[in-house]
Ligand binder design. Structure first.
Ligand code: ZN
Length: 455
Protein backbone atom coordinates (compact mmCIF):
# COMPACT_ATOMS: atom_id res chain seq x y z
CA UNK A 1 0.00 0.00 0.00
CA UNK A 2 1.29 3.43 -0.88
CA UNK A 3 1.64 5.40 2.36
CA UNK A 4 2.87 8.61 0.73
CA UNK A 5 -0.44 10.49 0.71
CA UNK A 6 -0.76 9.91 4.47
CA UNK A 7 2.71 11.27 5.05
CA UNK A 8 1.79 14.41 3.10
CA UNK A 9 -1.43 14.71 5.05
CA UNK A 10 0.51 14.41 8.32
CA UNK A 11 3.05 17.06 7.25
CA UNK A 12 0.22 19.32 6.14
CA UNK A 13 -1.55 18.97 9.52
CA UNK A 14 1.66 19.85 11.38
CA UNK A 15 2.14 22.86 9.09
CA UNK A 16 -1.42 24.00 9.83
CA UNK A 17 -0.95 23.60 13.59
CA UNK A 18 2.31 25.56 13.31
CA UNK A 19 0.59 28.28 11.35
CA UNK A 20 -2.38 28.53 13.71
CA UNK A 21 -0.22 28.18 16.84
CA UNK A 22 2.21 31.07 16.28
CA UNK A 23 0.30 34.00 14.94
CA UNK A 24 -0.58 36.49 17.67
CA UNK A 25 2.77 38.15 18.14
CA UNK A 26 3.86 37.81 14.47
CA UNK A 27 0.65 39.49 13.34
CA UNK A 28 1.16 42.31 15.84
CA UNK A 29 4.53 43.08 14.26
CA UNK A 30 3.20 42.87 10.71
CA UNK A 31 2.05 46.49 10.66
CA UNK A 32 5.52 47.34 9.38
CA UNK A 33 5.97 46.55 5.66
CA UNK A 34 8.75 44.20 4.60
CA UNK A 35 11.84 45.92 3.27
CA UNK A 36 14.49 44.71 0.84
CA UNK A 37 17.52 46.94 0.41
CA UNK A 38 19.67 46.32 -2.68
CA UNK A 39 23.02 48.09 -2.49
CA UNK A 40 25.54 48.99 -5.20
CA UNK A 41 23.74 48.44 -8.50
CA UNK A 42 23.83 50.14 -11.90
CA UNK A 43 20.27 50.88 -12.96
CA UNK A 44 18.58 50.75 -16.37
CA UNK A 45 15.37 52.68 -15.68
CA UNK A 46 13.41 51.30 -18.69
CA UNK A 47 13.85 54.37 -20.89
CA UNK A 48 17.35 55.87 -20.67
CA UNK A 49 20.19 54.14 -22.53
CA UNK A 50 22.72 55.42 -20.00
CA UNK A 51 22.78 53.44 -16.76
CA UNK A 52 22.79 55.31 -13.47
CA UNK A 53 25.71 53.83 -11.55
CA UNK A 54 26.53 53.02 -7.93
CA UNK A 55 22.99 53.23 -6.53
CA UNK A 56 21.11 51.77 -3.58
CA UNK A 57 17.46 50.83 -3.97
CA UNK A 58 14.91 50.16 -1.25
CA UNK A 59 11.80 48.06 -1.84
CA UNK A 60 9.09 48.43 0.76
CA UNK A 61 6.11 46.10 0.48
CA UNK A 62 5.51 45.72 -3.24
CA UNK A 63 6.81 49.11 -4.44
CA UNK A 64 10.13 50.85 -4.96
CA UNK A 65 10.37 53.23 -2.04
CA UNK A 66 13.70 54.99 -2.54
CA UNK A 67 16.65 55.14 -4.94
CA UNK A 68 19.76 56.94 -3.72
CA UNK A 69 23.50 57.34 -4.15
CA UNK A 70 23.88 57.65 -0.40
CA UNK A 71 23.11 55.01 2.23
CA UNK A 72 19.39 54.29 2.82
CA UNK A 73 18.07 53.68 6.34
CA UNK A 74 15.98 50.55 6.86
CA UNK A 75 14.22 48.94 9.80
CA UNK A 76 16.04 46.21 11.72
CA UNK A 77 14.40 43.22 9.95
CA UNK A 78 15.13 44.46 6.42
CA UNK A 79 16.75 42.00 4.00
CA UNK A 80 19.96 43.51 2.60
CA UNK A 81 21.36 42.27 -0.72
CA UNK A 82 24.74 43.31 -2.08
CA UNK A 83 24.23 44.09 -5.79
CA UNK A 84 28.00 43.87 -6.42
CA UNK A 85 27.95 46.50 -9.14
CA UNK A 86 25.69 44.39 -11.38
CA UNK A 87 22.88 45.71 -13.62
CA UNK A 88 19.38 46.19 -12.24
CA UNK A 89 16.54 46.46 -14.78
CA UNK A 90 12.73 46.45 -14.74
CA UNK A 91 11.12 43.00 -15.06
CA UNK A 92 10.61 42.05 -18.73
CA UNK A 93 7.15 42.44 -20.28
CA UNK A 94 6.03 40.08 -23.08
CA UNK A 95 3.29 41.87 -25.01
CA UNK A 96 1.98 38.95 -27.11
CA UNK A 97 1.31 35.61 -25.42
CA UNK A 98 -1.23 32.78 -25.84
CA UNK A 99 -0.57 30.93 -22.63
CA UNK A 100 -3.68 28.68 -22.82
CA UNK A 101 -2.95 27.36 -26.32
CA UNK A 102 -0.22 24.78 -25.68
CA UNK A 103 0.20 22.55 -28.71
CA UNK A 104 -1.66 24.99 -30.96
CA UNK A 105 -5.30 25.70 -31.59
CA UNK A 106 -6.27 22.06 -32.15
CA UNK A 107 -4.63 20.39 -29.12
CA UNK A 108 -7.22 21.84 -26.75
CA UNK A 109 -10.00 20.18 -28.78
CA UNK A 110 -8.58 16.81 -29.84
CA UNK A 111 -5.83 15.98 -27.33
CA UNK A 112 -6.62 17.47 -23.92
CA UNK A 113 -9.52 19.06 -22.08
CA UNK A 114 -9.50 22.67 -20.89
CA UNK A 115 -8.40 21.75 -17.34
CA UNK A 116 -5.27 20.01 -18.59
CA UNK A 117 -4.51 22.77 -21.09
CA UNK A 118 -4.86 25.28 -18.26
CA UNK A 119 -2.43 23.33 -16.07
CA UNK A 120 0.08 23.03 -18.94
CA UNK A 121 -0.22 26.73 -19.71
CA UNK A 122 0.24 27.68 -16.08
CA UNK A 123 3.36 25.53 -15.72
CA UNK A 124 4.83 27.01 -18.92
CA UNK A 125 4.09 30.51 -17.66
CA UNK A 126 6.01 29.89 -14.42
CA UNK A 127 8.95 27.93 -15.88
CA UNK A 128 9.45 29.81 -19.15
CA UNK A 129 8.34 33.31 -18.24
CA UNK A 130 8.35 34.26 -14.55
CA UNK A 131 11.46 32.19 -13.74
CA UNK A 132 13.31 33.69 -16.71
CA UNK A 133 12.56 37.30 -15.79
CA UNK A 134 9.21 37.99 -17.51
CA UNK A 135 7.19 39.56 -14.71
CA UNK A 136 4.23 40.76 -16.83
CA UNK A 137 2.55 39.30 -19.91
CA UNK A 138 -0.13 40.60 -22.23
CA UNK A 139 -2.16 37.56 -23.24
CA UNK A 140 -3.94 38.31 -26.49
CA UNK A 141 -6.25 35.38 -27.40
CA UNK A 142 -7.12 32.49 -25.15
CA UNK A 143 -9.07 32.35 -21.93
CA UNK A 144 -6.76 33.75 -19.26
CA UNK A 145 -9.50 35.94 -17.76
CA UNK A 146 -9.86 33.85 -14.59
CA UNK A 147 -6.14 33.16 -14.23
CA UNK A 148 -5.36 36.89 -14.45
CA UNK A 149 -7.91 37.49 -11.68
CA UNK A 150 -6.53 34.68 -9.46
CA UNK A 151 -2.99 36.08 -9.73
CA UNK A 152 -4.25 39.57 -8.93
CA UNK A 153 -6.01 38.19 -5.86
CA UNK A 154 -2.77 36.53 -4.71
CA UNK A 155 -4.27 33.02 -4.96
CA UNK A 156 -1.53 31.84 -7.34
CA UNK A 157 2.01 33.03 -7.99
CA UNK A 158 2.67 34.17 -11.55
CA UNK A 159 3.47 37.11 -13.76
CA UNK A 160 0.94 39.93 -13.91
CA UNK A 161 -1.48 39.25 -16.78
CA UNK A 162 -3.18 41.86 -18.94
CA UNK A 163 -5.59 39.78 -20.99
CA UNK A 164 -7.90 40.33 -23.94
CA UNK A 165 -9.71 37.07 -23.23
CA UNK A 166 -10.88 35.44 -26.47
CA UNK A 167 -9.97 37.35 -29.63
CA UNK A 168 -12.87 38.40 -31.88
CA UNK A 169 -12.87 36.64 -35.26
CA UNK A 170 -15.13 36.43 -38.29
CA UNK A 171 -16.44 33.05 -39.47
CA UNK A 172 -13.49 31.55 -41.35
CA UNK A 173 -11.11 34.10 -39.86
CA UNK A 174 -7.90 33.62 -37.89
CA UNK A 175 -9.83 32.77 -34.73
CA UNK A 176 -12.08 30.14 -36.32
CA UNK A 177 -10.65 26.85 -35.01
CA UNK A 178 -13.65 24.62 -35.65
CA UNK A 179 -14.01 21.70 -38.09
CA UNK A 180 -15.31 21.41 -41.66
CA UNK A 181 -18.40 19.71 -40.24
CA UNK A 182 -19.47 22.77 -38.20
CA UNK A 183 -22.91 24.13 -39.03
CA UNK A 184 -23.42 27.86 -39.47
CA UNK A 185 -23.57 29.45 -36.03
CA UNK A 186 -22.57 26.26 -34.22
CA UNK A 187 -20.07 26.87 -31.44
CA UNK A 188 -16.93 24.72 -31.62
CA UNK A 189 -15.19 23.54 -28.46
CA UNK A 190 -12.64 26.39 -28.42
CA UNK A 191 -15.52 28.85 -28.44
CA UNK A 192 -17.30 26.95 -25.67
CA UNK A 193 -14.27 27.28 -23.37
CA UNK A 194 -13.89 30.92 -24.38
CA UNK A 195 -10.47 30.69 -26.01
CA UNK A 196 -11.92 32.34 -29.12
CA UNK A 197 -15.17 33.99 -30.14
CA UNK A 198 -16.72 34.06 -33.61
CA UNK A 199 -18.77 37.23 -34.12
CA UNK A 200 -20.12 38.51 -37.45
CA UNK A 201 -22.02 41.73 -38.01
CA UNK A 202 -22.45 44.83 -35.88
CA UNK A 203 -24.78 43.31 -33.29
CA UNK A 204 -22.59 40.26 -32.67
CA UNK A 205 -19.29 42.17 -32.40
CA UNK A 206 -20.82 44.67 -29.98
CA UNK A 207 -22.03 41.80 -27.82
CA UNK A 208 -18.72 39.90 -27.97
CA UNK A 209 -16.60 42.96 -27.11
CA UNK A 210 -18.88 43.87 -24.22
CA UNK A 211 -18.87 40.27 -22.98
CA UNK A 212 -15.05 40.36 -22.88
CA UNK A 213 -14.97 43.57 -20.86
CA UNK A 214 -17.73 42.18 -18.62
CA UNK A 215 -15.47 39.22 -17.81
CA UNK A 216 -12.49 41.43 -17.00
CA UNK A 217 -10.60 41.92 -20.30
CA UNK A 218 -8.11 44.80 -20.25
CA UNK A 219 -8.39 45.52 -24.01
CA UNK A 220 -9.90 43.97 -27.17
CA UNK A 221 -8.00 41.80 -29.65
CA UNK A 222 -9.44 41.53 -33.14
CA UNK A 223 -8.46 39.13 -35.91
CA UNK A 224 -8.58 41.70 -38.71
CA UNK A 225 -6.90 39.53 -41.33
CA UNK A 226 -5.64 36.06 -42.18
CA UNK A 227 -2.88 34.42 -40.15
CA UNK A 228 -0.32 31.63 -40.16
CA UNK A 229 -1.36 29.17 -37.45
CA UNK A 230 -4.95 28.61 -38.59
CA UNK A 231 -6.79 26.55 -41.17
CA UNK A 232 -9.38 28.52 -43.14
CA UNK A 233 -7.91 32.01 -43.56
CA UNK A 234 -5.58 32.92 -46.44
CA UNK A 235 -3.08 35.65 -45.51
CA UNK A 236 -4.70 37.94 -48.10
CA UNK A 237 -8.13 38.08 -46.48
CA UNK A 238 -9.38 40.99 -44.35
CA UNK A 239 -11.20 39.91 -41.23
CA UNK A 240 -13.79 42.58 -40.59
CA UNK A 241 -15.66 45.31 -42.47
CA UNK A 242 -15.08 48.96 -41.62
CA UNK A 243 -18.46 49.14 -39.84
CA UNK A 244 -17.70 46.10 -37.67
CA UNK A 245 -14.26 47.46 -36.71
CA UNK A 246 -15.77 50.85 -35.92
CA UNK A 247 -18.33 49.22 -33.60
CA UNK A 248 -15.61 47.29 -31.73
CA UNK A 249 -13.50 50.47 -31.34
CA UNK A 250 -16.62 52.20 -29.95
CA UNK A 251 -17.00 49.58 -27.20
CA UNK A 252 -13.29 49.84 -26.30
CA UNK A 253 -13.57 53.62 -26.10
CA UNK A 254 -16.65 53.30 -23.91
CA UNK A 255 -14.40 51.43 -21.46
CA UNK A 256 -11.55 53.97 -21.99
CA UNK A 257 -9.45 51.10 -23.30
CA UNK A 258 -8.15 50.23 -26.78
CA UNK A 259 -8.22 47.70 -29.63
CA UNK A 260 -5.24 45.87 -31.07
CA UNK A 261 -5.52 43.96 -34.34
CA UNK A 262 -3.94 40.87 -35.81
CA UNK A 263 -3.24 41.44 -39.53
CA UNK A 264 -0.46 41.09 -42.07
CA UNK A 265 -1.17 43.35 -45.02
CA UNK A 266 -1.99 46.89 -46.12
CA UNK A 267 -5.75 46.63 -46.63
CA UNK A 268 -6.40 45.29 -43.14
CA UNK A 269 -4.00 47.74 -41.48
CA UNK A 270 -5.40 50.79 -43.28
CA UNK A 271 -9.02 49.82 -42.76
CA UNK A 272 -8.35 49.36 -39.05
CA UNK A 273 -6.59 52.74 -38.84
CA UNK A 274 -9.58 54.31 -40.64
CA UNK A 275 -11.82 52.81 -37.94
CA UNK A 276 -9.73 54.26 -35.10
CA UNK A 277 -7.63 51.24 -34.11
CA UNK A 278 -4.47 52.33 -32.25
CA UNK A 279 -2.38 49.17 -32.11
CA UNK A 280 -1.16 46.55 -34.58
CA UNK A 281 0.36 43.06 -34.37
CA UNK A 282 2.43 41.16 -37.00
CA UNK A 283 2.19 43.32 -40.16
CA UNK A 284 5.09 41.66 -41.91
CA UNK A 285 3.55 42.04 -45.39
CA UNK A 286 2.67 45.78 -45.24
CA UNK A 287 4.22 48.49 -47.45
CA UNK A 288 6.51 51.34 -46.44
CA UNK A 289 3.65 53.81 -47.07
CA UNK A 290 1.57 52.09 -44.39
CA UNK A 291 4.52 52.23 -41.98
CA UNK A 292 4.76 55.99 -42.65
CA UNK A 293 1.03 56.40 -42.00
CA UNK A 294 1.40 54.54 -38.69
CA UNK A 295 4.13 56.96 -37.62
CA UNK A 296 2.08 59.98 -38.71
CA UNK A 297 -1.01 58.84 -36.80
CA UNK A 298 0.83 57.63 -33.69
CA UNK A 299 -0.11 53.96 -34.18
CA UNK A 300 1.79 51.41 -32.10
CA UNK A 301 3.52 48.35 -33.56
CA UNK A 302 3.74 45.13 -31.55
CA UNK A 303 6.72 43.26 -32.99
CA UNK A 304 7.14 39.44 -33.07
CA UNK A 305 10.62 38.98 -34.56
CA UNK A 306 11.36 35.48 -33.26
CA UNK A 307 8.31 33.91 -34.91
CA UNK A 308 8.49 35.94 -38.12
CA UNK A 309 12.22 35.94 -38.67
CA UNK A 310 13.91 33.16 -36.69
CA UNK A 311 11.30 30.39 -36.46
CA UNK A 312 9.60 30.87 -39.83
CA UNK A 313 13.08 31.05 -41.38
CA UNK A 314 13.97 27.63 -39.99
CA UNK A 315 12.03 24.86 -38.27
CA UNK A 316 8.32 25.18 -37.43
CA UNK A 317 6.46 23.92 -34.34
CA UNK A 318 5.52 20.24 -34.78
CA UNK A 319 1.78 21.01 -34.70
CA UNK A 320 1.98 23.23 -37.85
CA UNK A 321 0.20 21.77 -40.90
CA UNK A 322 1.77 22.00 -44.41
CA UNK A 323 -0.60 24.90 -45.15
CA UNK A 324 0.57 26.78 -42.05
CA UNK A 325 4.24 26.20 -42.94
CA UNK A 326 3.61 27.61 -46.43
CA UNK A 327 2.06 30.76 -44.95
CA UNK A 328 4.88 31.05 -42.38
CA UNK A 329 7.51 31.01 -45.12
CA UNK A 330 5.78 33.93 -46.87
CA UNK A 331 5.65 35.90 -43.63
CA UNK A 332 9.37 35.25 -43.06
CA UNK A 333 10.20 36.88 -46.38
CA UNK A 334 8.58 40.15 -45.32
CA UNK A 335 9.79 40.32 -41.73
CA UNK A 336 13.27 41.81 -42.19
CA UNK A 337 11.94 44.44 -44.62
CA UNK A 338 9.12 45.64 -42.35
CA UNK A 339 11.35 45.49 -39.24
CA UNK A 340 13.81 47.83 -40.96
CA UNK A 341 11.08 50.33 -42.00
CA UNK A 342 9.61 50.39 -38.50
CA UNK A 343 13.02 51.30 -37.07
CA UNK A 344 13.83 53.81 -39.84
CA UNK A 345 10.52 55.66 -39.45
CA UNK A 346 10.71 55.51 -35.65
CA UNK A 347 7.29 53.91 -35.04
CA UNK A 348 6.55 53.36 -31.32
CA UNK A 349 7.18 49.67 -30.69
CA UNK A 350 6.87 46.91 -28.12
CA UNK A 351 8.01 43.27 -28.26
CA UNK A 352 5.80 40.21 -27.89
CA UNK A 353 6.83 36.63 -28.58
CA UNK A 354 3.50 35.27 -29.94
CA UNK A 355 4.12 31.88 -28.34
CA UNK A 356 1.50 29.19 -27.68
CA UNK A 357 1.66 27.78 -24.14
CA UNK A 358 4.84 25.76 -23.70
CA UNK A 359 6.40 27.27 -26.84
CA UNK A 360 6.95 30.23 -24.49
CA UNK A 361 10.37 28.64 -23.95
CA UNK A 362 11.34 30.95 -26.84
CA UNK A 363 10.11 34.14 -25.17
CA UNK A 364 13.61 35.31 -24.18
CA UNK A 365 14.88 34.59 -27.72
CA UNK A 366 12.21 36.99 -28.96
CA UNK A 367 13.69 39.81 -26.84
CA UNK A 368 17.07 39.16 -28.47
CA UNK A 369 15.74 38.57 -32.02
CA UNK A 370 15.67 42.21 -33.28
CA UNK A 371 19.49 42.46 -33.17
CA UNK A 372 19.80 39.22 -35.15
CA UNK A 373 17.98 40.61 -38.23
CA UNK A 374 20.72 41.73 -40.64
CA UNK A 375 20.50 45.38 -41.68
CA UNK A 376 17.38 46.15 -39.62
CA UNK A 377 19.34 48.48 -37.32
CA UNK A 378 18.14 47.45 -33.85
CA UNK A 379 20.39 47.81 -30.81
CA UNK A 380 20.43 45.98 -27.49
CA UNK A 381 19.01 49.14 -25.92
CA UNK A 382 16.04 49.02 -28.35
CA UNK A 383 15.30 45.42 -27.28
CA UNK A 384 15.31 46.33 -23.58
CA UNK A 385 13.29 49.54 -24.01
CA UNK A 386 10.63 47.80 -26.12
CA UNK A 387 10.36 45.10 -23.41
CA UNK A 388 10.17 47.48 -20.42
CA UNK A 389 9.52 51.25 -20.62
CA UNK A 390 7.58 51.20 -23.90
CA UNK A 391 5.55 48.15 -22.85
CA UNK A 392 4.58 49.78 -19.56
CA UNK A 393 3.15 52.76 -21.46
CA UNK A 394 0.98 50.51 -23.64
CA UNK A 395 -0.29 48.50 -20.65
CA UNK A 396 -1.50 51.76 -19.07
CA UNK A 397 -3.66 52.34 -22.19
CA UNK A 398 -6.13 49.85 -20.70
CA UNK A 399 -7.48 52.86 -18.85
CA UNK A 400 -8.75 53.46 -15.32
CA UNK A 401 -11.43 50.76 -15.36
CA UNK A 402 -9.42 47.93 -16.90
CA UNK A 403 -5.80 48.58 -15.91
CA UNK A 404 -5.88 46.57 -12.71
CA UNK A 405 -2.35 47.68 -11.80
CA UNK A 406 -2.92 51.39 -12.38
CA UNK A 407 -1.94 52.25 -8.81
CA UNK A 408 1.76 52.34 -9.83
CA UNK A 409 3.93 52.21 -12.96
CA UNK A 410 5.16 49.07 -14.72
CA UNK A 411 8.25 48.71 -16.92
CA UNK A 412 10.31 51.34 -15.11
CA UNK A 413 12.66 51.62 -12.15
CA UNK A 414 11.68 54.72 -10.26
CA UNK A 415 10.44 55.63 -6.81
CA UNK A 416 6.79 54.65 -6.42
CA UNK A 417 6.82 52.03 -9.24
CA UNK A 418 5.80 48.39 -8.68
CA UNK A 419 8.77 46.39 -7.39
CA UNK A 420 9.21 44.16 -10.46
CA UNK A 421 12.95 44.02 -11.07
CA UNK A 422 15.84 41.89 -12.25
CA UNK A 423 19.61 41.88 -11.61
CA UNK A 424 21.90 40.63 -14.38
CA UNK A 425 25.57 39.77 -14.42
CA UNK A 426 26.69 41.97 -17.34
CA UNK A 427 24.76 44.76 -19.04
CA UNK A 428 21.88 43.73 -21.35
CA UNK A 429 21.51 47.33 -22.58
CA UNK A 430 24.97 46.96 -24.14
CA UNK A 431 24.73 43.28 -25.09
CA UNK A 432 21.22 41.83 -25.10
CA UNK A 433 22.52 38.31 -25.81
CA UNK A 434 23.60 37.89 -22.16
CA UNK A 435 19.94 37.35 -21.17
CA UNK A 436 19.82 34.02 -23.04
CA UNK A 437 22.03 32.43 -20.35
CA UNK A 438 19.92 31.89 -17.21
CA UNK A 439 23.03 31.94 -15.00
CA UNK A 440 23.42 35.64 -15.81
CA UNK A 441 20.04 36.37 -14.24
CA UNK A 442 20.88 36.68 -10.55
CA UNK A 443 17.72 38.12 -9.04
CA UNK A 444 14.04 38.01 -9.97
CA UNK A 445 11.62 40.09 -7.93
CA UNK A 446 7.94 40.54 -8.79
CA UNK A 447 5.58 42.58 -6.66
CA UNK A 448 8.24 42.82 -3.94
CA UNK A 449 8.57 39.00 -3.72
CA UNK A 450 11.90 37.35 -4.57
CA UNK A 451 11.50 34.34 -6.92
CA UNK A 452 15.21 33.78 -7.61
CA UNK A 453 18.33 34.95 -5.83
CA UNK A 454 21.79 33.71 -6.77
CA UNK A 455 23.60 36.95 -5.91
ZN1 ZN B 1 -0.67 35.74 -31.72
Amino acid sequence: MNRKPFRYLFAFSIACIGFIGVPQFTLAKETQLTQVLITNVNIFDGNDEKLATGLNLLVEGNKIKKISQTAIKTHAEATVLDGQGKTLTPGLIDMHQHIMLTGGTQAGTYEYDAYTQGARGYKAMIDNLLMRGVTTIRDIAGNTLGLARAIRAGLLPGPRIYTSGPALSTTGGHGDWGSYNDQIGQKDYQELVFNTVIADGRAEVLKAARQNFRNGASFIKVMAGGGVASQYDPLEMSGYTFEELKAIVQVAEDYESYVTVHAYHDRSYNRAMDAGVKMFEHGFLISEDTVKRMKKEGAIFSFQPFGGYTMFGGSFPDWFTPNMIKKGKRVHQGTARVAKWMKQHDVFMVLGSDMFGDDSKYAIDNVIAPVTIPGAGYTSFDCMKMSTGNAGKVLAMSGPARDYYKEAKLGVIEEGAWADLLIYEGNPVENIKIIREDNNLKLIMKDGVIYKNTL
